[in-house]
Design a protein around this ligand. Structure first.
Ligand code: SF4
Length: 243
């Protein structure tokens, strides 16, 4: 039986792009599906071309799942990323359902801007990107409220859904001690906490779209800064675990 026959009805959505073998989006080598559309507007977004809803290619959930299954032999699973995968809730849930039926490990790479309990429960792993831990700074950085991100985090903990926490370290924005301390506290129960260095590799996409880049002049986070932030975060996490 094909996946299409296995579904009661086809669910369609929009896919920005597909990466057959991703190495940074979950455990092991992953098929990564980038879904179009995101309600947030992070100042450093490196996928500004994936922000609009209805952009990219229209696909059915079974087409997406079947494409991922082709690479099953040499990947450890599938990660749905974006854009914001939870912003196309029905489509995301259906892809997760189909892959689950085939016993494929799934991960959801989300900033939690859309609260979707059903989708979270279907994922094998949720990689939650907490853009900032301070409510006001979060809003300044993302043009969006952090409520749903916090609700998502609470739900993951309550339901014991495996999750990782991520944050991008942007010099002078997220590298402060207060933020790292709060991140350590929010991360309790996470299987992994990852700090990612802010980079400027997506700037050309903003230029191509004729959009002014909001963080022009901010330098990439270098190795020294990342080392300092990782050490500080580790110290806070250890402190919490000892308490
Ligand atoms: S949540 Fe991700 S895709 Fe959405 S604006 Fe922020 S960085 Fe871009």
């Amino acid at each position: 039986m094909t996946l299409k026959q296995a579904t009661e009805k086809e669910v369609y959505g929009y896919v920005h792009s597909f990466e057959p073998v991703g190495t940074h989006d979950g455990p092991g080598l992953r098929s990564v599906v980038f879904l179009s559309g995101c309600p947030m507007r992070c100042k450093y977004c490196h996928n500004p071309d994936a922000l609009s809803f209805g952009g990219g290619e229209r696909k059915s959930a079974s087409q997406v799942a079947e494409r991922c299954l082709k690479d099953r032999a040499f990947t450890s699973g599938v990660t749905l990323s974006g854009g914001e995968p939870l912003a196309q809730g029905e489509f995301t849930r259906e892809i997760l359902r189909l892959l689950r039926k085939k016993r494929v490990h799934t991960a959801l790479d989300t900033a939690g801007s859309v609260y979707d309990e059903a989708a979270l429960e279907l994922a094998g792993l949720v990689i939650l990107d907490i853009k900032h831990t301070d409510e006001r700074e979060f809003e300044k950085l993302c043009g969006y409220k952090m409520d749903n991100t916090l609700k998502t985090l609470q739900f993951l903990k309550r339901k014991k859904i495996p999750f990782w926490i991520r944050q991008v370290i942007v010099p002078n924005i997220t590298d402060g001690s207060e933020n790292l301390k709060a991140l350590a506290s929010l991360s309790s129960g996470a299987e992994k906490v990852e700090l990612l260095p802010y980079h400027t590799m997506g700037v050309h996409k903003w230029e191509k779209l004729n959009m002014p880049y909001p963080l022009a002049g901010v330098k990439a986070a270098d190795g020294e800064l990342m080392q300092k932030c990782n050490a500080e975060l580790k110290e806070y996490i250890n402190g919490i675990e000892r308490a």
